[in-house]
Write a protein that binds this ligand. Sequence first.
Ligand SMILES: Nc1ncnc2c1ncn2[C@@H]1O[C@H](COP(=O)(O)OP(=O)(O)OP(=O)(O)O)[C@@H](O)[C@H]1O
Length: 293
Amino acid sequence: MKLEVENITKKYKDKTAVDNVSITFTPGVWGLLGANGAGKTTLMRMIAGIMEPTEGKILYDGVPIETLQGEYRRIFGYLPQEFGFYPEFNVQDYLEYMAALKGMPKREAKRKIDELLEQVSLSEVRKKKIVKLSGGMKRRVGIAQALLNDPEVLILDEPTSGLDPGERVRFRNLLSEFAKDRIVVISTHIVSDVEYIANQNAIMKDGKIIENDTTEQLVRLVDGKIWECKIPSSDLVKWERALKLINLRNEADGTTSIRYLSDQAETPDSVSAVPRLEDLYLWLFPQEGEVRL
Ligand SMILES: Nc1ncnc2c1ncn2[C@@H]1O[C@H](COP(=O)(O)OP(=O)(O)OP(=O)(O)O)[C@@H](O)[C@H]1O
């Protein structure tokens, strides 16, 4: 099973949103990371077959996806970033409607919907109108509809936006289970969402894939560049100016623990830290850096 993206480009008038991208997706969870405007949504829409590339082709097991027709609905599941629901439908009716669009027999659809509502913790609100649900619940309805037909290729555009931390963890577990023998592509700019479940990550910048590798290999790019130390809290402003801070935590004893990016230790007591995907991301996209207190 493989999804091959060959030299695809998408131009919107004079803007090249995706620029000659080639990548082969194999079974497993793939993280597609990149800053706002990097071209993730455009790439996902082309992979999901709902937008035509200006140039290039996409093949599923050697077959161009635009020629899959009916088979396409069986193979692909897609959660768009902007999800147009039918707000007056209740959750159950909406999922039944989506199952019918995907050509699922009624009985099978009912069984699958029960199972999914349980998995995304929505059984209790199945009769509630979608318009009345919270943002996180709506997102979970979107995730459920993308999983309805047990797709071989699941494409999720910013699936965790609006989910609270508990929902995020449940979502990750659900996906890890689901991803066996399937291709799952998740686009996000929340690195921690893919850090624990993605086997492979593609990083996009200005319409191009600039890195594509396993998490272990990718973090090696910042090996020896991540440091941790404690500083007096009163010196924080000085260090914030001098260093590329990744994280900081105020301690009870008047010190602040900091994690920073640098080619060498910047204080005598700095110790080298094991790099994480988030460190790499901030190294690649320094303007995205946001110190969390
Ligand atoms: N319909 C459109 N017409 C013109 N330009 C567009 C259109 N859609 C997207 N773009 C531009 O193409 C570029 C890539 O957009 P895209 O939405 O694919 O990025 P993204 O990585 O998904 O960003 P985000 O995380 O903010 O959704 C951006 O510069 C965007 O402004």
